[in-house]
Each structure stands twice: as C-alpha cells, then as structure tokens.
Ligand binder design. Structure first.
Ligand code: ADP
Ligand code: MN
Ligand code: MN
Ligand code: MN
Length: 332
C-alpha cells in the first residue's frame, strides 16, 4: 500500500476572524482518495482557543478533499470542528446552517502581497507613485509579485478549484482572484482552500498575505470580497420584480450581513473608492458605489443572471458570507 499524505485544514477559535490551521496525517492507501477514505481526527483545542487545557480534544470532521498538486501522494482535507462528544463546536460556522445547492457563488478575493509590514512594491521609506498605473498592470515598477499570483492560479486549477480569473488591483502589490462554486458550503470550502494555497505559496517567497479591509491608510484602495450570487429563480426566471423582492430582503437584513462581512469593514465601506458607506443599503444597475450591484448584463437580459454583493471585506469568513446570502434569499 502507498503512503498518502492528508493535509487537514480547519479554522481556529480566534476572533473576530479565524485563522487556518493545518496538520498532516499519513495513511496507507491505494488509488484516489475520496472523502470516505479520510478518517475523523482530533487536535489540541487549548492551543487554538477552542478548548480548555484540562479537556482539550476537539474533533476534525472531514467535509471536502482535493488533490494537493504541490505534494507527492498528497491531498488537502477541509474539516469542520466538533466538540469531543461530536456536537457542533461554537466556532464551526460551516456546520451552523443548512446548505443550499441551488445557490452559485463567485467570490472576488482581493488581498495584498505583504512584505515585512508593507505592500510588496512599496519603497523602504515613504510611498510609491499614487494609484493609477497598478490596476491590471504589466511591467516592473507597476506589477509586483506576478510569479506568485500565477503560481497560485496554476496550483488551484491543478487542484480542481474553479478559479475563474485573476488580476492586479488598484493599489501597489494588491491582487484579486475569483473563485466560483455551486452550492453554499462548496463555495465556502473552495474559498478557504484557495486561500490556504495562496498563503502557502507566499510563504515560499517569504511573504505574507494581508486580507485586512484597509491595510494602508489614505488614498489607497481597501480589499473586498465581492460576492456574486444567483439561484435558479435569478438565473432562469429573472424580472425586475423578482430582483426588487430579493433586494428588500437584503435591505431588511443589512445589519446581519455587515456583522458577517468582516471586521474593520467600516474603514473600507466609506462611500469612497467604489463603495457604499457601511450604514447605508442601496442597489443599482452597474453601480459600483452601491451595496449590491446589478450587473448590466443581468439588467439587459430581463434581470436574469446574477447579483453582486459588494459589501463583504477581504477578511470576512467565506462561510459567514454564504450563510448570510443563503439566509437573505430564503427570506425574500
Ligand atoms: P467584477 O466585474 O465585479 O470585477 P469578476 O469578473 O471579478 O467581476 O467576478 C465575477 C464573478 O461572478 C466570477 O467569479 C464569475 O464566475 C461569477 N459568476 C458569473 N455568473 C455567475 C452566476 N450566475 N452566479 C454566481 N456567480 C457568477
Ligand atoms: Mn473582480
Ligand atoms: Mn476587484
Ligand atoms: Mn466585483
């Protein structure tokens, strides 16, 4: 039998946002690994703010497995955290809501490549040239860290993660990728797995990933995590009335969503830099200054297609995002 490496990934108990944790289990196995081949496992919850030292075991319940293109005979296993008795752990957002396979998501994950306390590309002292040339740029002095971004994209695609695109963003050293998945929990899993691969790839280069919504003060763009979403009704039925009914539900629930959409988001949702201010809810066709944008293609197609919630911050837990949106659609 072959030795196969299973890299378990779970979310810890840190607030306001969890960190990823990872450890490897070696099993004897021949042939492709499926979820059923991944055993339940445990970890020391007292080291992750998930348990007290005297009763420290937490359980890892595998929920998704993908090949790890970077390793030999290696896989990555996304796991939910359970209490020692098998009950839902309070930090387990994924396990706290009913899945909805009908909802599709495209999350636009923005981030900064971060080099020793500043964006990659920032000079030793002071600031680089103002924003303008960096967005979708090419060339030294404009695009910083492309090799990392391209490596990450290839690894994700090799792992079967449906990254749909990537681009250099508005600020120096800021990038985005989009991850698409069908089903709320599958979307959360895919988002966390792409993040894991991003952080690990950057680690090889001695860099970190900064997901903060406003890491550089002043006239520098913050980082968001626009959540594009649709269900069968939006995709196939459409109509202005349907979209307005859905928007009413989102408007009623604005506070719930802001709570789910990441800490420090007030620093980013200011009404400037293509955002709506955090205490207002609005929607509009093609409007990048609104909370929810109706893409022009959706509007032109009889309000059929998908919608874009522009409020989530880059640091928001993707499980919280999809949970909130599934809830809003259910209540529409
Ligand atoms: P933007 O113009 O806001 O920068 P992007 O191209 O970065 O948009 O991201 C749009 C995302 O929306 C992509 O990941 C895409 O796969 C996703 N998407 C497209 N159609 C749908 C749909 N019907 N439901 C959910 N997401 C969708
Ligand atoms: Mn985008
Ligand atoms: Mn963007
Ligand atoms: Mn967008």
């Amino acid at each position: 039998m072959a030795k196969v490496k299973l890299g378990y990934i779970w979310l810890d108990g840190y607030k306001p946002e969890p960190n990823m944790r990872h450890k490897v289990k070696v099993i004897d196995h021949d042939g492709p690994v499926t979820l059923a081949d991944c055993p339940e496992w445990s970890f020391d919850g007292s080291s992750t703010q998930q348990a007290e030292g005297r009763s420290s075991d937490c359980l890892l319940q595998p929920v998704a497995v993908i090949p790890d293109p970077e390793g030999k005979n290696a896989y990555l296993v996304m796991a939910e955290v359970l209490n020692a008795d098998g009950s839902l752990h309070t930090t387990n957002v994924r396990g706290s809501f009913d899945d909805d396979d009908d909802v599709w998501f495209g999350l636009e994950q923005e981030y900064f490549l971060w080099d020793d306390g500043k964006p990659l590309g920032f000079p030793e002292n002071g600031y680089p040239a103002p924003q303008g040339p960096y967005y979708c740029s090419v060339g030294a002095g404009r695009a910083f860290g492309r090799e990392i971004v391209e490596e990450h994209l290839d690894i994700c695609l090799d792992a079967g993660l449906n990254v749909t695109g990537t681009n250099a963003e508005v600020a120096t050293g800021q990038w985005e990728y989009q991850i698409f998945a069908k089903g709320a929990k599958a979307a959360g899993d895919a988002a966390w797995l792409t993040r894991f691969l991003l952080v690990r790839t950057a680690e090889k280069y001695g860099l970190t990933i900064n997901f903060a919504p406003k890491p550089v003060k002043g006239d520098w763009n913050g980082s968001g995590q626009h959540a594009n979403f649709s269900n069968t009704a939006i995709r196939e039925q459409g109509g202005k009335e349907l979209v307005e009914k859905i928007m009413k539900s989102f408007e009623r629930r604005h506070k719930i969503h802001i709570e789910a959409y990441g800490s420090d988001n007030n620093q980013r949702l200011t009404g400037l830099h293509e955002t709506q201010s955090i205490d207002k809810f609005s929607y509009g066709v093609s409007d990048r200054g609104s909370s929810i944008r109706i893409p022009v293609a959706t509007a032109n197609n009889g309000y059929k297609g998908y919608l874009e919630d522009r409020r989530p911050a880059a640091n928001a837990d993707p499980y919280q995002i999809v949970k909130a949106i599934v809830g809003a659609l259910k209540e529409a």
